[in-house]
Design a protein around this ligand. Structure first.
Ligand code: GUN
Ligand code: ZN
Length: 433
């Protein structure tokens, strides 16, 4: 066992933040040998209970749950910042040509290393990630994640039509490859598989049907895709699937909406779509930097909460512009303020932080396992230094309450704020210099 003394942020079941100014986090193996939080609370209350356990004292630091990125594309690490008129030209001109390079396993492994280093440098300890249509890219990301002991979910992209040579796959083979990858990787260490139709316009009905059959056969496997991101895309999907009630309902028609299904964007929805999300237990990956960069639109927070479906925050790199959770939370704040049809909301810093940690875990069906520091949770966490820059140090010293402290970090924070990222298994991934 090992203990850490610092300020500690975690979340209660009602989503509110719990904060110990002088806290103790005790980490040790559970009955299965996983490194989990064994105890957490005030240092004064807990310290006497763990004689002989080494305590690392981190004065002035804040320990918080590792962030969860609910939607990111590892092969788009080098696509960030490619401007286009909108989603479809961006895919055609930048993304598909770049993703075709991942046919090469060595190239995939090289990018997977950079991608995971970048996640960890930014305090992201779990992600639901797209690979490419090449099984080699999936093997590369799982292999590198396993070497780091990370909790990582990914899958081979399915796209058997409206996709250029180099990324387009073959219907039957794509489904065989998917099942083989599920059997090889799902549930190994902390790795999970996600059945990954790119989006309905890039998949034939036969491919979607096959994906739905796999989703029924493997109910613990995740499903990930994109939906209702861009108005052109919505129009195209409606043309291709005229019998469906809406773009979203195409996925339901093929058995691709259920618990552990996560759809990126979910912008151009009506209330029937929202009710379908809720009824099926499907979650949205809200991707504000991507939506602002590609001019896609704004996630409707009021609509989501009124109808009551699950959502969490995501970078959507490389449509998204940053791996940094602070940047994503700030963009979500702007979207809630200015991008709503009803008068703007003011999301609290606690709500934003929850959406990128415990809320994202809930969307994945991993509440109590990831994204929090309550007893029993896997011990993936960040050590934040709120004095890491002169301006943030001033801001933090003036904070009169938790909201002000968290807001300062969301608005002024970047990778310098993340002094260390600790992964539950294995050694710390990044020590302070
Ligand atoms: N829709 C289909 N593919 C993609 C992708 O790679 N990125 C985004 N943002 N939307 C998509
Ligand atoms: Zn995406």
């Amino acid at each position: 066992m090992k203990a850490y003394r610092a300020a500690i942020l975690r979340f209660a079941d009602d989503h509110s933040a719990l904060y110990e100014e002088d806290g103790l986090l005790v980490v040790g193996p559970d009955a299965q040998g996983r490194q989990v939080v064994r105890a957490v609370g005030a240092y004064s209350a807990l310290a006497g209970n763990y004689p002989g356990v080494a305590v690392e004292h981190l004065p002035g630091r804040i320990i918080a749950p590792g962030f969860i990125d609910l939607h990111i594309h590892f092969p788009q690490t080098d696509v960030i910042g490619s401007p286009a008129e909108g989603l479809l030209p961006w895919l055609e001109n930048y993304t598909f040509p770049h993703e075709s390079r991942f046919v090469d396993g060595d190239y995939s492994a090289g990018v997977a290393k950079v991608f995971l280093d970048e996640l960890l440098r930014n305090g992201v300890t779990t992600a639901l990630a797209f690979a490419t249509s090449h099984p080699q890219s999936v093997n590369a990301l799982f292999t590198e994640s396993q070497a780091r002991g990370m909790r990582m979910i990914t899958g081979k992209v399915l796209q058997d039509r409206h996709s250029p040579d180099g990324v387009r796959d073959l219907t039957e083979q794509s489904l065989i490859d998917t099942e083989q990858l599920i059997q090889r990787w799902h549930g190994v260490d902390r790795l999970g598989y996600a059945i990954t139709p790119r989006f309905a316009p890039s998949c034939t009905e036969a491919q979607l049907r096959g994906a739905g059959e796999l989703a029924a056969r493997y109910p613990k496997v995740w499903i990930q895709s994109h939906v209702a991101e861009n108005l052109e895309e919505v129009r195209w999907a409606r043309e291709l699937f005229p019998q469906a009630r809406s773009y979203l309902s195409v996925y339901d028609d093929f058995g691709l909406m259920r618990e552990r299904a996560i759809y990126a964007h979910c912008i151009h929805f009506d209330d029937e779509d929202r009710a379908l999300m809720r009824a099926t237990g499907t979650a949205a990956a809200v991707s504000p930097t991507s939506n602002l960069f590609l001019g896609s639109g704004f996630f409707d927070y009021e609509g989501a909460d009124r109808v009551g479906f699950k959502y969490g925050l995501a970078s959507d790199v490389g449509g998204g512009t940053s791996f940094c959770p602070f940047h994503t939370m700030l963009a979500a704040y702007y979207v809630a303020r200015e991008g709503q049809t009803k008068p703007g909301l003011s999301l609290s810093p606690e709500q934003l932080w929850w959406q990128h940690t415990a809320g994202a875990a809930q969307a994945l069906g991993l509440e109590g396992t990831a994204g929090n520091l309550q007893p029993g949770c896997e011990a993936d966490f960040v050590v934040l230094n709120p004095n890491c820059t002169p301006l943030l140090a001033r801001k933090s010293s003036h904070a009169r309450n938790l909201d002000e402290l968290l807001f300062g970090m969301i608005v002024l924070g970047d990778d310098r704020l993340v002094e260390r990222t600790v992964i539950s298994q294995g050694p710390p991934s990044r020590m302070a210099p």
